[in-house]
Design a protein around this ligand. Structure first.
Ligand code: HSE
Length: 393
């Protein structure tokens, strides 16, 4: 049954505004935003003041509000709001990937215990319905990997640099101006946003929860023209890629890092703020989902889709978690990488299995070779201060 939804909205930033507009264009959705809880008392707002409150309990304790939509970017506050709303028996829609990636096991438990519903398709890949598809359509036995461009801002920056020669700082500024980037863009360009999305995707693809702390992530913030030039000379583009893959021994590997992508790959042509997800499986080979991954309206429309789904009482069932297929996460996989570095000491951090190629001139040094994910994971926190760039090849 399509029930009437009275929404209490938390946050009225880029996505909150986008949702408000998208909802206005969607009269068939039996949902109204009754109250909006915001933090900033001084910001000029486009709606009548009586709809706003600064007190979360005005929403959480209002019995007429049966759906909480959480669209704030403070993960800790978002966690408290979502938990409290679920425990009070309200349905919740959230777009907060950092918060979800950290707390999914607890939220899954609460949903199962109390029979409440938490939907978050909007949290991964903006307008692309990747979570619900993985949840409903794909069987774990046949599924082999999910690979994708999961962060619109990084992809926007890389596209502008590669295709238009825009410099990194200007491209990042544009991504912020368009509302693609997080309020702290380090989440985007450091590969964290993609990592959180990958963790969420993995739960619905393979039924395994992996804490973000255990997964190697490296972003694009250190990229230079030399890296772009290297890729160009090899006929490749650099894309920030998140990947989860199953090996024949039921091991599951996850990582986020830039990749030198050849033109025959689906993601080669994914440009600007678009995202692209390649789902690979036995018997059907590859399938590709493509769409806008960031921005007010694409993400607002994904939130709307979650709202509509709650109107029909849709819930994720986490079937794959219940099936217990014996999949085990590990960082044992070996990846082939390009490493551009400045100091020998930086190179020495990396414990390569094999070095395949080595180049050194006055101002450009790189190696390519094979390295275990566990070695990369071990040094992940040492990499952020160094002038190095790493990409899978
Ligand atoms: N900052 C995110 C991105 C927004 O650039 O993809 C959508 O999750």
């Amino acid at each position: 049954m399509n029930q009437q939804l009275n929404i209490g909205l938390f946050g009225f930033g880029v996505v909150g505004n986008g949702l408000y507009e998208v909802l206005k264009q969607s009269p068939a959705t039996h949902a109204v935003i009754s109250r909006i809880c915001i933090k900033n008392r001084h910001k000029q707002r486009s709606l009548p003041p009586e709809i706003f409150t600064f007190t979360p309990d005005d929403i959480l304790d209002d019995p007429k509000i049966n759906l909480v939509v959480e669209l704030i970017d403070d993960a800790e506050t978002a966690y408290l709001i979502v938990k409290s709303a679920l425990e009070k028996g309200k349905s919740v829609v959230s777009g907060n990937k950092k918060m979800l990636a950290a707390h999914l096991p607890e939220f899954i438990g609460i949903q199962q215990k109390l029979g409440v519903g938490l939907l978050y398709d909007a949290s991964a890949c903006g307008s692309i319905p990747v979570i619900r598809n993985l949840e409903e359509y794909y069987d774990t036995d046949l599924l082999q990997s999910v690979t994708g461009i999961l962060n619109g801002s990084s992809n926007y920056i890389l596209s502008k640099m590669y295709n238009h020669g825009v410099d990194y700082a200007e491209a990042l500024y544009q991504a912020q101006e368009y509302g693609f980037a997080e309020s702290d863009p380090v989440f985007d360009v450091g590969g964290l946003d993609a990592l959180y999305k990958l963790v969420i995707i993995t739960v619905h693809a393979f039924g395994v929860y992996v804490s973000p702390d255990e997964v190697f992530n490296f972003g694009i913030s250190k990229i230079t023209g030399q890296d772009m030039q290297y890729a160009r000379e090899k006929g490749r583009k650099i894309k920030l890629v998140g990947q989860v893959m199953k090996d024949p021994e039921n091991g599951l590997s996850l990582f986020v890092m830039p990749r030198m992508v050849t033109p025959d790959k689906y993601i080669y042509n994914v440009e600007d703020e678009f995202n692209g997800v390649v789902i690979k499986g036995a018997f059907y080979d590859k399938q590709f989902m493509f769409g806008k991954g960031a921005g007010a309206y694409p993400t607002g429309s994904a939130v709307l889709s979650d709202i509509t789904a709650r109107g029909y009482n849709y819930r994720y069932e986490y079937k794959k978690m219940k099936q217990k297929k014996g999949l085990a996460f590990s960082n044992n996989a070996i990846v082939q990488v390009y490493l551009r570095y400045e100091e020998e000491a930086d190179l020495n951090l990396f414990n390569f299995e094999i070095i395949r190629e080595r180049y050194s001139s006055d101002d450009f040094r790189y190696v390519t070779g094979l390295i275990k994910l566990s070695n990369l994971q071990k040094i992940k926190h040492d990499l952020s201060d160094r002038n190095i760039f790493l990409a899978e090849i």
